[in-house]
Design a protein around this ligand. Structure first.
Ligand SMILES: Cc1cc2nc3c(=O)[nH]c(=O)nc-3n(C[C@H](O)[C@H](O)[C@H](O)COP(=O)(O)OP(=O)(O)OC[C@H]3O[C@@H](n4cnc5c(N)ncnc54)[C@H](O)[C@@H]3O)c2cc1C
Length: 142
């Protein structure tokens, strides 16, 4: 909107290495997940529990524990970050989405991060999907 709204710039934080010596990163200091997927707090908490568990499992041997923490947690985090990036990109193109008709916009929005696909949506919101398909939208087969 062309008023004087001040929009917060969301910082995209990424770290290739998760630790250095006895210093280790968790939560937003490690990586941010765009707020539109609402998972940043969960990720931060899960980082902390994964770190605690790696320390316990490795008998508090710091280098081994920090390596295990990253090795175990990174693949899980990367999936969520891919979804968060896709969702953030969707918001960057918001103006063009506003040209879609309402049902297309709703479908485009709900599937924006790639975490919800048509088969899942069919289970969770069957009425919405059948209305969407009955309207000749999408050519969906999934
Ligand atoms: C607009 C917005 C909406 C969001 N919505 C959601 C949502 O709906 N659901 C969700 O799960 N997540 C959401 N998030 C993300 C979530 O807030 C963060 O991912 C989460 O708070 C990260 O936790 P953290 O402990 O890593 O960092 P933080 O919560 O940022 O905690 C870091 C703390 O360290 C303190 N600190 C910084 N520097 C120093 C220093 N030098 N010395 C001492 N203390 C220091 C800070 O004051 C802060 O209290 C949202 C984020 C934003 C910006």
């Amino acid at each position: 909107m062309t008023n004087r709204s001040l929009w917060r710039q969301f910082p995209q934080i990424r770290n290739e290495r998760w630790s250095h010596g006895n210093i280790v990163l968790v939560g937003d200091a490690l990586r941010t997940a765009h707020f539109s997927i609402g998972s940043g707090t969960r990720l931060a908490m899960e980082d902390a529990t994964a770190l605690a568990s790696a320390l316990l499992t490795n008998d508090f041997a710091i280098p081994a524990a920090l390596e295990a923490y990253q090795a175990k947690r990174q693949p899980i985090v990367e999936k969520l970050i891919a979804a968060a990036n896709a969702s953030a990109a969707w918001y960057e193109e918001f103006v063009s989405h506003m040209e879609l008709e309402p049902l297309e916009l709703a479908m485009n929005y709900i599937t924006r991060s790639g975490r919800v696909d048509l088969s899942r949506l069919r289970q969770q919101a069957p009425k919405f999907v059948s209305t969407y398909e009955a309207g000749g939208h999408g050519n969906t087969t999934a």
